[in-house]
Design a protein around this ligand. Structure first.
Ligand SMILES: NC(=O)c1ccc[n+]([C@@H]2O[C@H](COP(=O)([O-])OP(=O)(O)OC[C@H]3O[C@@H](n4cnc5c(N)ncnc54)[C@H](OP(=O)(O)O)[C@@H]3O)[C@@H](O)[C@H]2O)c1
Length: 115
């Protein structure tokens, strides 16, 4: 069993994580393409890490409105497959999502099932 597996290597968040956890395994697009959710889950099962962080995402928020299928595959279906693989292994999964979901109002943390 290895340590931390991070999806994403070149992005802002992944590079910040690399500065904090240089011994983690960072899987870039060449090793894990999020347009292939099953391959992402297979990588988790193959590496058998202690925990997984998903720092890869379709981050072109304006383009996402004209490419909803790609955005959903990368930002919803792939993280869902990662989450299921982690649940099967009984390991923590941290998914860093977009901040473009809620309107910024309110003064309390949102619940996972907030509309
Ligand atoms: N940066 C922030 O301040 C911030 C704030 C709030 C939330 N977030 C969230 O944190 C997450 C990461 O953000 P970021 O700022 O690090 O984004 P970013 O700099 O745009 O990086 C996106 C990463 O995702 C990878 N990626 C995109 N499509 C992929 C695919 N099909 N397969 C594999 N990898 C793919 C990119 O790889 P390539 O280089 O190969 O394209 C890149 O490494 C996002 O969910 C974002 O919404 C970030």
């Amino acid at each position: 069993m290895q340590g931390l597996l991070v999806f994403g290597r070149t992005g802002q968040v992944a590079r910040e994580l690399a500065a904090l956890a240089s011994d983690a395994t960072f899987a870039g697009r060449d090793r894990a393409d999020l347009t292939n959710p099953a391959a992402c889950a297979a990588l988790i099962r193959a590496v058998r890490p202690r925990a997984v962080i998903n720092a890869a995402a379709y981050t072109a928020v304006d383009r996402a409105e004209t490419e909803p299928d790609s955005a959903r595959l990368i930002n919803a279906d792939a993280p869902a497959a990662m989450a299921r693989a982690c649940a099967d292994l009984g390991i923590p999964f941290l998914h860093i999502s977009t901040d473009y979901i809620f309107d910024g109002s309110g003064d309390r943390p949102r619940a996972e099932d907030a509309p």
